[in-house]
Design a protein around this ligand. Structure first.
Ligand code: GLU
Length: 293
C-alpha cells in the first residue's frame, strides 16, 4: 500500500459541551476503522463557534480520549488555526460569483415562509435578489453571512456522487439544502466549509462519523467539486440513544465521560463494552434512516 493510499480517519469534536457516551462510540468507530487497516487516526478540535465554543473543555477532551485508550496520530488540528484557509476558499468562491452576502436574521428567514430542509430552514433566497448598489451599501453597515448560490454552484459542477461504505453510492442532493451559509455572521466559516477543507487538508481517506451527519455529506461533496478537493469515502455509523430513544446529546444533559473518569471507572473497559455492544442500561444503538425529507 502506498503512503497516499493509507487509511486515515479523524474524530472532530466541537468543544461546546463535555463529551458523552455517544462521542466515545463515535471516536471508537473512527479509531478502530483506521487501526484495523493499519491506518492513522487523527484528532481535530472544531473550535470556531465563537458563541458556543469553550476552550476550557479541550483539555478534558484529551483526557477523556486517553482514559478510553484512544490514541491519536500526529498533532491535534485546531480549526481556530485555519482561518486563513477558510477565508482563501471563500474569496475564491466570491471571485467566481458563487456566494453572496446575506443580512437576514433567523426571524426574518422564518417570517419569509422558509420551509424545513435536511438541516434547518431552507433559505428563501431574499438577499440573492438584492441589486449591487444595495448590497454594497448594506455590506458597509450591517453584519452579514455569506451564502452559496446553490443553483449556480450546481450548474458549475453538474451531477455528483459520493459513496458511503454501508449505504452505497449516493447521488448528491445539495439542492435540498438551498443556499447554505459558508461564513457566518458570528463565525469565520460554517461547519460545512471548515469540515470540507479540513478533511482535505488532513488527507482523510475515510470520513467515519455518525449518521446524524449523513445528509451534510451532500453539501460537502458539492464543496469538494467547487474547490477542487479530493473526495473521501464515507461511513456514517449508527448512533447511541438514551432511555427516551433519542440520540444522546450534550444539550439533553447526557452523562459526561469526565464524571465517569473522575469517579474512577475504567475507560478502556467501558470502550470495550461499547465495542461488544454491551451497552449500559437505558442506552441503545439506533439505526437512523438515511432518507432525506
Ligand atoms: N464537530 C462535529 C460535531 O461535534 C463533527 C464533525 C464531523 O464529524 O464532520 O458534531
Amino acid at each position: 500500500m502506498t503512503a497516499e493510499a493509507r487509511v486515515r480517519t479523524r474524530f472532530a469534536p466541537s468543544p461546546n459541551g463535555a463529551l458523552h457516551l455517544g462521542h466515545a462510540y463515535a471516536a471508537m468507530r473512527a479509531h478502530d476503522f483506521a487501526r484495523e487497516r493499519g491506518g492513522e487516526f487523527l484528532l481535530r478540535i472544531e473550535d470556531i463557534d465563537g458563541v458556543r465554543s469553550r476552550p476550557e473543555l479541550v483539555e478534558g477532551i484529551f483526557a477523556d480520549l486517553r482514559w478510553l485508550g484512544l490514541d491519536w496520530d500526529g498533532d491535534v488540528l485546531f480549526q481556530s488555526s485555519r482561518l486563513a484557509a477558510y477565508d482563501a476558499a471563500l474569496e475564491r468562491l466570491k471571485a467566481r460569483g458563487l456566494v453572496y452576502p446575506c443580512f437576514c436574521t433567523r426571524s426574518q428567514i422564518a417570517a419569509a415562509g422558509a420551509q424545513p430542509g435536511p438541516d434547518g430552514l431552507v433559505y428563501p433566497g431574499t438577499c440573492r435578489l438584492l441589486d449591487e448598489a444595495e448590497r454594497g451599501r448594506r455590506m458597509r453597515n450591517e453584519p452579514h453571512a455569506w451564502r452559496l448560490d446553490m443553483a449556480r454552484a450546481i450548474a458549475e459542477t453538474g451531477a455528483l456522487v459520493w459513496h458511503d461504505l454501508e449505504a452505497g453510492d449516493q447521488p448528491a442532493r445539495p439542492e435540498l439544502f438551498g443556499d447554505v451559509v459558508l461564513a457566518r455572521k458570528d463565525a469565520p466559516a460554517s461547519y460545512h466549509l471548515a469540515v470540507t477543507l479540513d478533511d482535505a487538508h488532513q488527507q482523510i481517506s475515510h470520513v467515519v462519523r455518525g449518521r446524524d451527519l449523513f445528509a451534510a455529506s451532500h453539501v460537502h461533496r458539492l464543496l469538494q467539486a467547487l474547490l477542487g478537493l479530493p473526495v473521501p469515502l464515507y461511513l456514517h455509523h449508527d448512533l447511541l440513544a438514551g432511555a427516551d430513544g433519542r440520540k444522546l446529546a450534550k444539550s439533553e444533559g447526557a452523562a459526561a465521560l469526565a464524571a465517569l473518569r473522575e469517579a474512577g471507572e475504567d475507560g478502556a473497559a467501558l470502550l470495550d463494552n461499547l465495542r461488544k455492544n454491551h451497552l449500559p442500561s437505558g442506552i441503545s444503538r439506533v439505526h437512523a434512516s438515511y432518507s432525506l425529507p
